[in-house]
Design a protein around this ligand. Structure first.
Ligand code: G1P
Length: 329
C-alpha cells in the first residue's frame, strides 16, 4: 500500500470521566484502574497504542486520577523489595507498565465532553495526525485495529474512524455513520464517511454502523472543535466535529472508516466488563485451564439449579455473597 501522508506518532487517551456506572468501586479509584483479570483496563489501552508504534501517549485526566500517574511510573520501593526477594516474575510485571513509552498528562479542568477532552491535547499534539483511544473500549490485541487505521490514514490522509455493525436497537447508544464505498476494491473493510450523528434518536440512525472508541485524526479537527457548540447531552462532541470534516474535505481531508469485525469489549458497561474479565481469563495460559474447568462446572451447576435438579459437585463458590441463580449481571 503506497504511503502518501505522514503517519500519526502520538496517542491521546481521554481519561477524565467519573465512572458513575461503577459506583461505589469508582468513588476513590479511577474507573480506568479497574482490573481486567490482573491488569488495569487502561494498561491494555496504552499497550495497544505502543504496540501500534505510538510511543508518545498523552492522557487527558481530571481530579481523582493520580493513581493513573502512579501506575505508569516506577515503583522503587516495591521493585527493590522484589529484587531482594529474587522474584523476577513479579518484578517484570511491576516494571512493564512503566516501560511502555512516554506517558504525558494534561488535566481537563472542567470536563465538557469528549470533543473538549481532545481539544485539551492540542498543545501536545501540534500539527500532526494523532490517534485517540477511548479507555472504555478494549480491542483484542490480536485484532490490530489501530494499526490498520494508521495505515489507512497514511494512505488517504484526513481522518479515520472505526465502525462496527450493531443491532439497530442499540444504534442510539453510539455515534452512527452514513457511508459510501471508498472506491478502492483492494480495501474491502474501508468506507468513506459522508455523515455522522451522535446518539441518534431511536429509529433515526443513518445506518447500523456505530463509531467505536478508536480514531486517527487530522490536526485540523482542533480548529473545528474550537467552534463546535455543545451537542448531545450539552457536551462538546467529537462526533459533531468529525461530521463537519466529513461534509467538507477541504477543511482537513476526507473522513474514512475501517469496519471492524474483531473482538471488542466495552468495559464501561458492568455486564460487558464481567464478560471481558471471564473471556480474557479463560484465554490466559497461566490461569485459563483451571478457570475454564471451574467455569464449566459452575455453569452446569447453575443450569441444573435453574431446572430444579440437585446442584452439581463443583468447588464451592467463594464470592463472599450469596449467588442468586439466574440474576447474575
Ligand atoms: C463515545 C462517542 C460515541 C461513540 C462511543 C464509543 O460515547 O461520543 O460517538 O460511539 O464513545 O464507545 P460515550 O460512550 O463516551 O458516551
Amino acid at each position: 500500500m503506497p504511503a502518501t501522508f505522514p503517519r500519526a506518532r502520538k496517542a491521546v487517551i481521554p481519561a477524565a470521566g467519573l465512572g458513575t456506572r461503577f459506583l461505589p468501586a469508582t468513588k476513590a479509584t479511577p474507573k480506568e484502574m479497574l482490573p481486567v483479570v490482573d491488569k488495569p483496563a487502561i494498561q491494555y489501552v496504552v499497550e495497544e497504542a505502543t504496540d501500534s508504534g505510538l510511543d508518545d501517549v498523552l492522557m487527558v485526566t481530571g481530579r481523582n486520577k493520580r493513581a493513573l500517574e502512579d501506575h505508569f511510573d516506577r515503583a522503587y520501593e516495591l521493585e527493590q523489595l522484589l529484587e531482594l526477594k529474587g522474584d523476577k516474575e513479579k518484578l517484570l510485571r511491576v516494571r512493564a507498565s512503566s516501560e511502555l513509552g512516554t506517558v504525558h498528562y494534561v488535566r481537563q479542568g472542567n470536563p465538557r465532553g469528549l470533543g473538549h477532552a481532545v481539544l485539551c491535547a492540542e498543545p501536545h499534539v501540534g500539527d500532526q495526525p494523532f490517534a485517540v483511544l477511548l479507555g472504555d473500549d478494549l480491542i483484542d490485541a490480536r485484532d490490530r485495529l489501530l494499526t490498520r487505521m494508521l495505515d489507512i490514514q497514511q494512505r488517504y490522509g484526513g481522518s479515520v474512524v472505526a465502525l462496527m455493525e450493531v443491532d439497530p436497537d442499540r444504534a442510539h447508544l453510539y455515534g452512527c455513520a452514513a457511508v459510501r464505498p471508498a472506491g478502492d476494491a483492494e480495501q474491502d473493510d474501508v468506507l468513506r464517511v459522508t455523515d455522522l450523528v451522535e446518539k441518534p434518536e431511536p429509529g433515526t440512525a443513518p445506518s447500523n454502523l456505530a463509531v467505536i472508541g478508536r480514531y486517527v485524526l487530522a490536526p485540523e479537527v482542533f480548529d473545528v472543535l474550537r467552534r463546535t457548540p455543545p451537542g448531545r447531552g450539552g457536551e462538546i462532541q467529537l462526533t459533531d466535529a468529525l461530521r463537519e470534516l466529513a461534509a467538507d474535505p477541504s477543511l482537513g481531508g476526507p473522513v474514512h472508516a475501517v469496519v471492524f469485525r474483531g473482538r471488542r469489549y466495552d468495559t464501561g458497561d458492568r455486564g460487558e466488563y464481567l464478560r471481558a474479565v471471564v473471556r480474557l481469563a479463560c484465554e490466559r495460559e497461566d490461569l485459563g485451564p483451571d478457570f475454564r474447568a471451574w467455569l464449566a462446572d459452575f455453569v452446569a451447576s447453575d443450569a441444573a439449579a435453574t431446572n430444579g435438579a440437585p446442584v452439581g459437585t463443583g468447588e464451592p463458590i467463594r464470592t463472599g455473597e450469596p449467588v442468586t441463580v439466574g440474576q447474575r449481571a
